[in-house]
Design a protein around this ligand. Structure first.
Ligand code: FES
Ligand code: FE
Length: 352
């Protein structure tokens, strides 16, 4: 499952074309005509805000002779979407606007851009290419209530993209355990502790699994210094300020609420052995609007930790690609890895 092109194709069709996938946030495209492109399962999708302020998604494919329309990954269409081939144009809601030298019997109503389902949760935008899939609200029904982290009000203070030479599932598995932390992340280990079994509650639902880690005494957040130089998310409880939560939301979101910021990774499989990762740090408005806003303490911490993790994933990709690879037994600290793998195994069984 980590190396086979056959399995990769199955996943692209059976998972990434059928599940709800988080592609961005409402705030990424604040004004009419703002858009971004996302490539999912080999198909380019436009996510755009209309004149009515509604966000919609369409395949990035012209209804005339099928040219790809937009190229800029993040941009703005001033009032219309124009195909560069024969200049058919579309309104911001995807309907066909104008066709040069059109035949008299052209039925414009039936020639809008092909829509992709788009729904939003806590201002996170999700798309799903399967018209028969359950609604996003149903899909996320048992996700823990994270409203106290105020994700819709937070502002993206930093975004980093990584290319990792490893299968996307190795990234999800690696995120799901801290069994490797004491050896591989000395800086992280210095500031958080895994919670002992029994004390710790693994949280499990149909669409996610995860668990908390406790900040050590005197540590305020996950940063190089262990201190928080940024305002805490208002309204958090004492406990919220002592723990960092880690959730894998299937298939590819890694969501980590901290006392003073929320970290979101999304992992995008590009081949069996290559994954693109987008990592965003969301801070309070108060923090970002401060002229002295300096998130480097937390960015540096997570960028370093990310790179340590990607190196482990790449090392594992090399190992699992060998004919000498035999899967070993999960250890107690890997219960979340096991839960993820069982979710995946069920999905894979249904695809075969
Ligand atoms: Fe787009 Fe012809 S393919 S206008
Ligand atoms: Fe790690």
């Amino acid at each position: 499952v980590y190396t086979s092109p056959e399995i990769f194709r199955l996943e692209q069709q059976g998972l990434f074309s059928r599940e709800w996938l988080c592609v961005g946030r409402e705030a990424d495209i604040p004004a009419a005509g703002d858009y971004f492109l996302k490539e999912i399962a080999g198909r380019s999708i436009i996510v755009m805000r209309g004149k009515d302020a509604k966000v919609r998604a369409f395949y990035n494919v012209c209804r005339h002779r099928g040219a790809k329309i937009l190229d800029e990954v993040h941009g703005k269409c001033p009032g219309r979407v124009l195909c560069p081939y024969h200049a058919w144009s579309y309104n911001l809601d995807g309907t066909l606007l104008a066709v040069p030298q059109a035949s008299d019997d052209l039925n414009k109503e039936s020639l809008g851009l092909v829509p992709v389902r788009l729904e939003s949760h806590q201002s996170l935008l999700f798309v799903n290419q399967d018209d028969d899939a359950m609604s996003l609200a149903q899909y996320l029904a048992d996700l823990p209530d994270l409203t106290r982290f105020r994700i819709p009000e937070l502002v993206c203070g930093k975004r980093l993209e990584y290319e990792v030479e490893a299968n996307w599932k190795l990234l999800c598995e690696n995120y799901s355990e801290c069994y490797h932390c004491s050896g591989a992340h000395p800086q992280l280990h210095r500031i958080t502790e895994s919670i002992t079994r029994g004390e710790r509650q693994q949280e499990i639902g149909a669409c996610f699994n995860g668990g908390p880690m406790r900040l050590r005494e005197g540590i305020e957040t996950m940063s190089m210094s262990g201190k928080s130089r940024l305002p805490t998310i208002p309204g958090l409880t004492h406990d919220d300020c002592r723990y960092v939560h880690y959730y894998v939301i299937y298939p590819n979101i890694l969501l980590s609420p901290h006392p003073d910021y929320v970290l979101i990774h999304t992992a995008w499989p590009r081949s069996p052995g290559r994954t693109e990762v987008i990592c965003e740090w969301l801070f309070t408005k108060e923090a970002v609007s401060n002229p002295d806003f300096d998130p480097s303490d937390v960015i540096e911490f997570w960028d370093m930790t990310n790179r340590q993790d990607w190196a482990l994933c790449e090392r594992t990709q090399l190992g699992v690609s060998s004919r000498g690879f035999r899967q070993g037994p999960y250890q107690p600290a890997e219960d979340c890895v096991h839960t993820f793998d069982r979710w995946y195994a069920d999905k894979l069984a249904a695809m075969l």
